[in-house]
Design a protein around this ligand. Structure first.
Ligand code: 7BC
Ligand code: NI
Length: 125
């Protein structure tokens, strides 16, 4: 299977959100639950100015591909400014958070080595 998705192609999918992550919303793009893919999964997230994907960890490693804006990445307690064009590797079980400290919407793709997002257990730090 080879499949192309983008945020416009999932216009009919509702944004997901959680009170644990204020100002954050996301959609699923490559995901077994949506397109029957396997091995990898990916989605697109937006963090509004001041929004916070708060500190958490999960068993799968993760990649972020930052496509707009700026933010502060919490790397298990160490802070690093990130920006459009950055790619971030997060190892298995590492605590991480991402806060939008800029004026623009922070946009990024996440990628997991899992069939689907729904099998990732989020543990708040
Ligand atoms: O965007 C979300 C919302 C839970 O998840 C992907 C980012 C992450 O760090 O797991
Ligand atoms: Ni994460």
């Amino acid at each position: 299977m080879i499949c192309v998705k983008n945020i416009e192609s999932v216009a009919d999918q509702k944004w997901s959100s959680s009170e644990k992550y204020p100002g954050v919303r996301w959609k699923f793009l490559i995901d077994a639950d949506f397109i029957g893919s396997s091995g990898l999964s990916a989605g697109f997230a937006e963090i509004s100015p001041g929004g916070d994907l708060t500190l958490h960890h999960h068993a799968p490693a993760e990649l972020y591909v930052i496509t707009n804006g700026t933010g502060i990445l919490n790397k298990s307690g160490e802070l690093e400014q990130i920006k459009k064009g950055d790619i971030v590797y997060i190892s298995a079980d590492a605590n991480h958070a991402l806060k939008n400290n800029g004026p623009d919407t922070l946009e990024f793709y996440w990628i997991f080595p899992t069939d689907r997002f729904s099998e990732v257990e989020y543990i708040s730090a």
